[in-house]
Write a protein that binds this ligand. Structure first.
Ligand code: ACO
Length: 429
């Protein structure tokens, strides 16, 4: 049995170093001792997109991209999607263990009583343009919640922290639904605390004049399963934004606003919106070969394909594909499904995608389900942000965290003297 160390020879100096290996990783700071002389700052590791850098130790989510494994706190995503519900999963993520019956009842009660938002929050929602993107509205309004709960700044107060976790999980659906209703010019619907987490969201989105909204149980369950699948995904772009911003010890509402902003982008949570736009643009199965050719020629991406970590299959995509058929039993078959299925079939047989290990990701089919359930594409990233809140807040407790402050490799100009405007030539020199 070898030693748990890495031997490094710095060929610039001939010096040798022995670096400890811990949990399959080495500390980047170990490289700083490697210098050519005393004035040398020391060796940096360069990893612009964190492709091989662990930014934390975490006991929340386990992911094996080669084998297509995803587990929350050790529980396989397939089992959670089949047997659990979103609120229970949110408890699991934030507390580390599944709740007992009594704990679950209390948790459900605690979340439910925090679903309402301050009436003034409604007022600034009203200030947005009629066609404002709901994700833009969510980013701003969740950040603004910090002004209602100034005590949230007490991030090391365990009681406060637990309260803000519940508030955030509970209020995100309300903010999301208000943003949606605003975009339609429809009156806001207050939470109905008799309904489940997902059922209440459907109520706030779709209730009109009826006295009581009764969600379709299949759609309610489908939404809940989608929420379970989206609840966490370890150190992705938005989780990293949450960690980086939160590391300044700002309140969690501001950090979640940053995480939502990261999720908004088309390479991340905005991808399901991009998938729908792409499928609509393709429009017909016979246009697919031409579209694939354009992608291969570098003229665009096949949205919903590829993943930084999954290089074999995305286990969430398999579950979502099955879920789509259950939803279509209620809503009728979405015609875009045929385009998606054919696109997937062709792409999975094509050398370009095989070579690059590009497979359907979580977003490839989720958008089609959301559309069938009546959501406009602009709501897709919002529907991602609601459940991901549990994953974001599950990371709040990390004793090892310090302010995130990466280094850079400077490649700019050496020191030079300032020239007055009159003396500068056309290039500024
Ligand atoms: N369509 C076409 N080509 C692609 C795609 C795609 N969807 N994804 C990657 N490639 C190509 C790249 O052009 C690159 O080709 P090259 O080696 O010839 O230059 C190669 O595959 C490797 O891709 P990278 O961009 O280096 O992979 P990376 O890990 O950086 O990116 C990402 C991962 C951002 C998810 C990428 O696959 C992508 O843009 N996919 C489409 C957007 C999408 O669906 N995002 C959702 C991700 S899931 C989530 O965030 C919830």
């Amino acid at each position: 049995m070898g030693k748990d160390t890495l031997s490094v020879t710095d060929n610039r100096t001939g010096q040798q170093f022995e670096i400890p290996i811990e949990d399959g990783s080495v500390r980047a700071m170990e490289f700083r001792q490697m210098k050519v002389d005393d004035d040398d700052f020391g060796l940096l590791t360069y990893d612009p997109a964190f492709t091989n850098t662990a930014s934390c130790r975490s006991a929340v989510t386990y992911l094996d991209g080669e084998k297509g494994i995803l587990r929350y706190r050790g529980y396989p995503i397939e089992q959670l999607a089949e047997k659990s519900n979103y609120l229970e999963v949110a408890y699991l993520l934030t507390h580390g263990e599944l709740p007992t019956r009594a704990e679950y009842v209390k948790w459900e009660h605690d979340i439910t009583i925090h679903t309402f938002i301050h009436e003034n929050a409604k007022k600034f929602m009203e200030g947005f343009q009629y066609d404002a993107h709901p994700m833009g509205m969510l980013v701003s309004t969740v950040g603004a919640l910090s002004t209602f709960y100034p005590e949230a700044k007490e991030i090391y107060d365990e009681e406060v922290r637990q309260l803000e976790i519940k508030r955030l999980i509970a209020k995100m659906p309300t903010l999301a639904a208000f943003a949606y209703r605003h975009s339609l010019g429809q009156p806001y619907v207050y939470p109905d605390n008799d309904l489940s987490f997902s059922g209440n969201l459907l109520n706030m989105l779709y209730k009109m004049s009826e006295a009581k909204y009764n969600p379709d149980p299949v759609l309610e369950r489908a939404l809940d399963v989608l929420f379970i699948l989206h609840a966490d995904h370890e150190q992705n772009c938005s989780a990293n934004a949450m960690r980086a911003v939160g590391s300044s010890q700002v309140d969690p509402y501001s950090a979640i606003a940053a995480a939502c902003a990261a999720l908004y982008g088309p390479l991340h949570g905005g991808a399901n919106e991009a998938v729908l736009r792409m499928l609509n643009e393709i429009g017909d199965v016979k246009e697919i070969p031409g579209f694939i050719k354009r992608v291969k020629d570098g003229e665009g991406l096949l949205f919903g394909f590829g993943h930084r970590v999954y290089k074999n299959f995305d286990p969430r995509a398999l579950i979502i594909k099955k879920l789509a058929y259950q939803v279509f039993e209620v809503t009728g078959r979405n015609p875009l499904l045929d385009i998606a299925l054919e696109l997937e079939r062709i792409a999975l047989e094509d050398e370009y995608f095989i070579e690059r290990k590009l497979y359907p990701n979580v977003d490839f089919y989720s958008g089609i389900i959301y559309q069938s359930m009546g959501f406009p594409v602009t709501m897709f990233p919002v529907l991602f942000a609601i459940p991901r809140t549990a994953g974001w807040v599950a990371m709040l407790d990390d004793a090892a965290q310090k302010i995130a402050r990466p280094r850079q490799v400077y490649i700019g100009a050496e020191q030079r003297d300032f020239l007055s405007l009159a003396k500068r030539n056309s290039t500024g020199g």
